[in-house]
Design a protein around this ligand. Structure first.
Ligand code: HSE
Length: 400
């Protein structure tokens, strides 16, 4: 029997305990032995919970208990979670986490401690919630050069955008719904400003190419400014709006990372991804296009991915599951001003002014002094410069 500890008994941590209990016998078969939760660390008590008797408040008990060989970190954030993860790894315990902030910001260090101590540090749940994506990317697609990854990586914003399109809700009302359903991060800014999707995009790039991209190397654009008029304009040209994280490999080996709302054609599979679902398309030079789809947030879906990592580690003991990436060369991340896009623009202008500024535009509508149009494909820097000639209300990328 393997004894484990869960750090943080919030949505994901309690889901992990629940999944381990609910599927105990099939999990034991797959892992080759039983997996027993010995401790749950939290600052709170949980009177009445079936796991009440396991709750402790002192991490040192876990750190010093040689019986605990694996720790599940579901505290979140990069402060306490960072300290406890380091200490657990240094104490020779494997760690499994759903914590994308920690992995994206301290992955290099934590993975190298894990290697030093010959233990595993796994984080399948950190990207795409319940979707298997990191293991397929690093194992099943290992025979490919990864050309591009594009995905809907944040459930909360996808829920908000879906409700804006499907039910005509305002951004604020849709966000309140997402929060009530428990999808949003404690601070919704991480979701709606694209920070959470940025961290996940970094982790995908780290694993795809083996070089670290730090979240502060991306300037994410969130969805706060998406208005009912943008929704109407997108619908009028057969598209929806989705918050997309993209990693694009250039011929010179450098990469572009971008997180921004994009207009997505109704014929693209990503347009059908609604509510809290996420989807990630990975294009490899041998496999061509692949797509991974599922629930990107929520208690049991995220716990499913965490428990999958726990089983993977236990099944392969005493071998360690090795993942790694290293610091990147200084100019590894390329300037997104060079990226080529067509843009969806709403501007206080008429069609003639739109054409004068951007050339061969496609007019979507022109009424009440507002022109909505699509630009031809052009470098982002050029589009930004052309836009200066108009009073622009919306400037949104169109996914090709
Ligand atoms: N707040 C995140 C989301 C949770 O909405 O996708 C899962 O990472």
């Amino acid at each position: 029997m393997v004894k484990i500890a869960i750090l943080g008994f919030g949505t994901v941590g309690s889901g992990v305990a629940e999944v381990l209990k609910m599927n105990a016998s099939s999990i034991a078969k797959r892992a080759g032995q039983e997996i027993d939760v010995k401790y749950i660390l939290d600052i709170r008590d949980f009177p009445g919970s079936p796991f009440e008797s396991l709750v402790i408040h002192d991490f040192e008990i876990i750190e010093k208990d040689p019986e605990v060989s694996l720790v599940v970190e579901t505290i979140g954030g990069a402060k306490l979670a960072y300290e406890f993860t380091r200490r657990a790894l240094l104490a020779g315990k494997s760690v499994v986490t759903s914590n994308k902030e920690l992995v994206a910001t301290h992955g290099v260090e934590l993975l190298s401690i894990a290697a030093e101590k010959n233990v595993s540090y796994l984080f399948e749940a950190s990207v795409g919630g319940g979707i298997p994506i990191l293991r397929p990317l690093t194992n099943c697609l290992a025979g490919n050069e990864i050309m591009e990854i594009r995905g809907i990586l944040n459930g909360t914003t996808n829920y908000i955008l879906t409700r804006m399109f499907r039910a005509g809700l305002s951004f604020e009302d849709a966000l309140a719904e997402a929060q009530a359903l428990g999808y949003a991060e404690a601070n919704p800014s991480a979701d709606v400003d694209g920070i959470d999707a940025g961290r996940k995009t970094c982790i995908l790039a780290d694993l795809a190419y083996g070089y670290e991209v730090c979240p502060d190397q991306i300037a994410p654009i969130g969805i706060r400014s998406i208005s009912a008029a943008d929704v109407a304009g997108a619908e009028a040209c057969g598209r929806v709006i989705r918050l997309i994280g993209r990693v694009l490999r250039r011929e010179d080996g450098r990469v572009h990372l971008i997180v921004a709302p994009h207009l997505v054609s109704n014929t693209c599979p990503l347009a059908c991804v609604e509510d809290v679902f996420n989807a990630i398309m990975v294009t490899g030079n041998a496999v061509d296009e692949t797509m991974f789809y599922g629930r990107g947030a929520g208690k049991l879906p995220t716990a499913s991915a965490v428990v999958g990592d726990v089983v993977d580690i236990v099944r392969n003991l005493p071998a360690r599951r090795a993942l790694s990436w290293v610091k990147a060369p200084a100019d590894y991340v390329a300037d997104n001003a060079e990226l080529i896009y067509s843009f969806f623009i709403r501007a206080k202008a008429d069609a003639a002014a739109a054409k004068a500024a951007f050339g061969d535009v496609t007019i979507i509508s022109e009424e009440d002094g507002i022109c909505v149009f699509l630009t031809p494909a052009m470098e982002t820097a050029k589009a930004e410069s052309c836009a200066k000639a108009l009073d622009v209300l919306s400037f949104i990328r169109v996914l090709n």
